[in-house]
Design a protein around this ligand. Sequence first.
Ligand SMILES: [Zn+2]
Length: 126
Amino acid sequence: METKYHSSMVISVNRDEHMIIGFVIGILTGVLGSTFSENFDFILYSLFVGLTVLGSLFPDLIEPPNKKNHRQFFHSITLFAFLIILLIWVNFGNQSVLTYLSTSFIIGYLSHLLLDATSQIGLPKY
Ligand SMILES: [Zn+2]
């Protein structure tokens, strides 16, 4: 009984879970960002958290769980690796508002893929 219950829990991650994790990560990385930058005011902080949440929902907006194309390229390990490189590139010696906003979106997106990776189906390679 318990095994069955457990496996049914991890088959997929729902939207609310993605949103909550995205929100928490947005709050935390926003705090981190504000310690590195003076122009991290309340508006920017709010945008940062909002975009992290949006990023955490985005993969399932492109590839909805109830559609045939769920978990393809936009859920792939290839895209994950690309986003890590993009994240480093965007942040390299750069502290513009655009940097913060793209960073928050990418971080949210990565949190979605990481969470999905823990589920039973996992992520495709590409
Ligand atoms: Zn997903």
